[in-house]
Structure formats: structure tokens, C-alpha cells
Design a protein around this ligand. Structure first.
Ligand SMILES: [Zn+2]
Length: 241
């Protein structure tokens, strides 16, 4: 049995990050009855993830750190009274496959799902989401990812990319921080919505390759400062509502 001081700064920070991301993503209508963010608890082999006990008593826009579960890399909760979601293995398998990833968001956004079943690839049409120019893989399984084996297959499809679409199901965005994963998930859905609008208008002129900044190790087209600016603004928004 893994033990951890649940009042340590690392645990409290991780729970706050997951609660903030949950409220931000719910406000964007990217998660609701389903979908969940998580972070790796620094200095441990544990994951803080939106727990499964909030449904009966709270909206996702109301959750706090008390609604966040801590699970190990086998998906087992440290406190049996608050467990991770059924698709928790998406998170644990990605963390094991990607040491560079410290945050994961799984959502079921409508426009991402539309592109997951379309033969149209996402294109760089918006300067805040040019990472799609690297290609967004589609995981061609539409079932619930509720076993380590299914999740390991998904992690393989993700590879070293920032996001993956799940065919007829949703999307996963990852990052070295909760801010990055959250910005990526929201930006991906906004980019997919934008492209569906432009495609309906009859076609598009994507941003030229030489206008897309080279990968700075954080995000093509976005600096850490630009990621933090969005994350900080969205946290201010949820603090006022
Ligand atoms: Zn799902």
C-alpha cells in the first residue's frame, strides 16, 4: 500500500489544480457527466484525478479539492471512499508511457468528435492552436477505455504528441503542467469548431508553415507565458462565478 502525507504542499497543489481545471473545462462545456482532468503528484508515483463522488451532490462547476481522488499507477484509490473514474487508466497509462507528461485531460467535446469521424485532418487555421500542424492522430476504437490494456493502446497512438482524438468518443490533451494540458484541450476544441465553420464556408487557407513558430519545447506557437496568461485568466473567471 502506497502511503503519502495528504496534507503535503504537493498533494494540496495537485488537488487544487484538478479542481480548477474541472471548473474551467465544465464552464467551457467540454466535460459534464463524463470527462476528467488529472495531474501527476510531484515527487510521487501517484495521480490526482477528478473523483467519482461529486455527481450526486455537485455540478462540475462547483467542485473543490475535496472532490479529487488520489490513485496509484494501477488505478487503485488511496482512500476507498473516493475513487477515480472508470476511464482512469487513460491517465495512468499515459503517465507511465510519457515521463514528460504531468497533466492529462480527457473530454468528449462535440467538434473534436466530429473531426475524429471525419476524413478531414485538422489544419492550422488559428494562431493559438498551430500545434495541429504536427498532425493530430485518431485512435480508431470507439469503446470505453476502461482497462490498462485498452489505455496502453491509446497511449501508443498518442505517441509523443500533445493530443489524440478518440474515434466517435472524444479527445485527450497532455502537457507538462495542468495549465498546458487545459489550454491545449480548450484550444483544440475551439480550433475544431473554427475549422468546421470554415469548411462549411467552402474551404480554407491555413497559416503558412513559415509563419508557425518552431517548437520551443513547450508548444508550437505558444510560449509558457502565453499558456499561463490563459490559465490565470480562466482561474480568475471561475473565482468570480
Ligand atoms: Zn471517455
Amino acid at each position: 500500500m502506497t502511503t503519502i502525507d495528504v496534507s503535503s504542499p504537493a498533494v494540496l497543489a495537485a488537488k487544487q489544480d484538478v479542481a480548477d481545471a474541472t471548473r474551467i473545462l465544465a464552464r467551457e462545456k467540454l466535460i459534464g457527466p463524463f470527462g476528467h482532468p488529472s495531474v501527476r503528484i510531484q515527487g510521487t508515483n501517484l495521480v490526482a484525478i477528478l473523483g467519482d463522488t461529486h455527481f450526486a451532490v455537485k455540478l462540475l462547476t462547483e467542485v473543490g479539492p475535496e472532490d479529487v481522488a488520489i490513485i496509484d499507477m494501477d488505478g487503485v484509490p488511496l482512500n476507498p471512499s473516493i475513487c477515480g473514474p472508470g476511464e482512469r487508466f487513460i491517465h495512468t497509462e499515459i503517465y507511465q508511457a510519457r515521463p514528460d507528461v504531468n497533466a492529462v485531460v480527457h473530454a468528449h467535446p462535440a467538434y473534436c468528435i466530429a473531426f475524429s469521424v471525419s476524413d478531414r485532418p485538422l489544419q492550422p487555421l488559428w494562431h493559438l492552436c498551430t500545434e495541429v500542424s504536427q498532425g493530430v492522430p485518431v485512435h480508431m476504437k470507439s469503446i470505453q477505455i476502461d482497462t490498462p490494456e485498452l489505455a496502453a493502446d491509446l497511449a501508443a497512438t498518442l505517441g509523443n504528441r500533445p493530443f489524440v482524438l478518440l474515434h466517435g468518443h472524444g479527445s485527450v490533451a497532455v502537457g507538462e503542467s495542468m495549465a498546458t494540458a487545459c489550454v491545449r484541450q480548450i484550444s483544440l476544441e475551439r480550433a475544431a469548431k473554427l475549422q468546421s465553420t470554415v469548411d462549411a464556408m467552402g474551404g480554407s487557407v491555413p497559416i503558412a508553415a513559415d509563419e508557425i513558430k518552431p517548437d520551443d519545447g513547450l508548444s508550437v506557437g505558444l510560449t509558457q507565458e502565453e499558456i499561463n496568461a490563459q490559465w490565470d485568466y480562466w482561474r480568475l473567471e471561475i473565482s468570480r462565478h
